[in-house]
Ligand binder design. Structure first.
Ligand SMILES: Cc1cc2nc3c(=O)[nH]c(=O)nc-3n(C[C@H](O)[C@H](O)[C@H](O)COP(=O)(O)O)c2cc1C
Length: 444
């Protein structure tokens, strides 16, 4: 499902805001996106000839559900299935993303947003970067790209991940690493690129298992890209480094300036009327795209020890540090086991609440109600000190070059199976923990 099919759906549902007056990508557009709480918004005049800009594409769970042809509860099972059975995409000879070819591209003519006055420059934020590793094959992942000139970016490439590993091999061999940067990719491709499957597993094969993802050969690099993208920048990650940043991260706090690899752009291909996808750093799209792809592994880890019904990595914890896990409880230890498994399933998780399957895990007030009525801190709290944790948590123990450490906390807010003296509760007593609900009362 291409980005433009999403826009047609969002418009038909009355979800899409359309702004036809000129809006400047430098500072003005980010404010406008933010003010709309990331409702899908199309800027038809971003003051860059031929381009339109869209934002808010991935800002709601329902958008992912639409893209995968399912409901909110069906997203995680679909992701688990695609991870289990990746399917290599078919190559097509002609691609919408190559309708126009520009061998002398100028990045200044693209509507690349500068989000905040303190940013190091204009930043591409929703690009899927495709590279090939000589040992592990194709890798698709996100890299924020700070524009440093008309043909160049400084790319944030996190150490030890797929792109970094391949780039280091190329540098050691005295070569640049070819890269294809996809702009305006379909939602299911964004989702697949944000996943971290085992080394050697092709994210585009995961995308293709989620929805058909035909690919086309690039023109100047030996790589393939999803044909339905809006535009593709073809180029090389060089051995040269340049300062990248400042820029705000998932936490909505400033990330530091680091020397990062420079990318040179040699060719731009695009649709006749390309749409540029802008994603607000630290915004809802950023958060959901980070957290949602971790839900399948979290779910699977809990399912190994308990009857897991659903998981939600929640927006209040930046869709990264906090989760709610819903289980059908069959024994007294299920809640505690689910807590321990959740930390195994998502290594960056810091706090988790486990609830029963009568609690809506997408409703923070319902989760708080479960904590208020089913949880006793001296019995149902799990605290694990000094655990390997997320470097994104400013309150963690952060030593440069070392794994971040933090305390982890799990709250078992499921219906207790014993009372405070240790006596096993009867089924009737456990029933007493359920909400009565007015819907069961007959009309007065
Ligand atoms: C919106 C978004 C932005 C991201 N930005 C970056 C980034 O700038 N640099 C980076 O190395 N990873 C970034 N990531 C994370 C990687 O895309 C992600 O960890 C990826 O799955 C790594 O996979 P790999 O180990 O196969 O390369 C971002 C993820 C998302 C969802």
């Amino acid at each position: 499902m291409s980005l433009r099919r999403f826009l047609a759906w969002a418009a038909s549902e009355g979800r899409l805001a359309k702004i036809e007056r000129p809006v400047d990508p430098h500072l003005e557009m980010a404010r406008s996106i933010h003010a709309r709480q990331e409702q899908p918004v199309l800027f038809t005049d971003p003051q860059r000839s031929g381009w339109q800009v869209v934002a808010g594409v991935c800002a709601r769970r329902e958008h992912f559900a639409w893209a995968l042809g399912t409901g909110a509860a069906g997203i995680v099972p679909k992701l688990i299935e695609a991870l289990r059975r990746p399917s290599p995409p078919a190559r097509v000879p002609e691609a919408p993303c190559q309708e126009i070819v520009d061998h002398t591209p100028n990045l200044d003519l693209l509507p690349i947003l500068k989000h905040l006055p303190g940013d190091g420059g204009p930043y591409v934020t929703a690009a899927v970067a495709i590279i090939r590793d000589p040992d592990y094959g194709r890798n698709a992942s996100f890299h924020r790209l700070m524009q440093t000139g008309p043909h160049s970016f400084a790319a944030r490439i996190v150490e030890g991940r797929g792109t970094d590993t391949a780039w280091r091999k190329a540098v050691a061999a005295g070569r640049d690493l070819d890269i294809a940067i996809c702009l305006g990719a379909p939602i299911h491709v964004l989702l697949a690129a944000a996943m971290s499957p085992a080394k050697g597993v092709d994210e585009l094969a995961i995308a293709n298992a989620l929805a058909p993802t035909p690919v086309a050969r690039c023109l100047t690099v030996d790589l393939e890209v999803p044909a339905e993208c809006e535009a593709v920048l073809e180029g090389r990650i060089t051995a040269q480094l340049a300062d990248e940043g400042p820029f705000i991260d998932l936490t909505e706090t400033w990330d530091i300036v680091r020397p990062q690899p420079v990318i040179q752009i040699d060719c731009l291909t695009h649709r006749r009327d390309p749409i540029y996808h802008a994603l607000l750093p630290g915004g809802l799209e950023h958060k959901l795209l980070m957290g949602l792809p971790r839900e399948p592994t979290l779910f699977q880890a809990v399912a190994e020890v308990a009857d897991c019904r659903a998981v939600n990595i929640t927006p209040g914890g930046m869709n990264w540090l906090h989760a709610v896990v819903q289980i059908a409880k069959h024994g007294p230890e299920d809640g505690r086991r689910a807590i321990e498994a959740a930390f195994r399933g998502h290594g960056s998780l810091k706090h988790v609440v486990v609830v029963d399957d009568d609690v809506d895990l997408y409703d923070p007030a319902a989760v708080e109600w479960a904590i208020a009525t089913r949880f006793q801190a001296d019995q149902d709290l799990v605290v694990l000190p000094d655990q390997p944790s997320s470097s994104l948590d400013p309150s963690a123990k952060l030593v440069p070059g070392q794994q971040a450490l933090s305390a982890k906390m799990g709250l078992d807010a499921t219906i207790p199976w014993t009372d405070r003296t240790g006596r096993l509760l009867t089924e009737a007593e456990r029933e007493g923990f359920h909400k009565v609900g007015y819907e069961s009362a007959s009309d007065a």
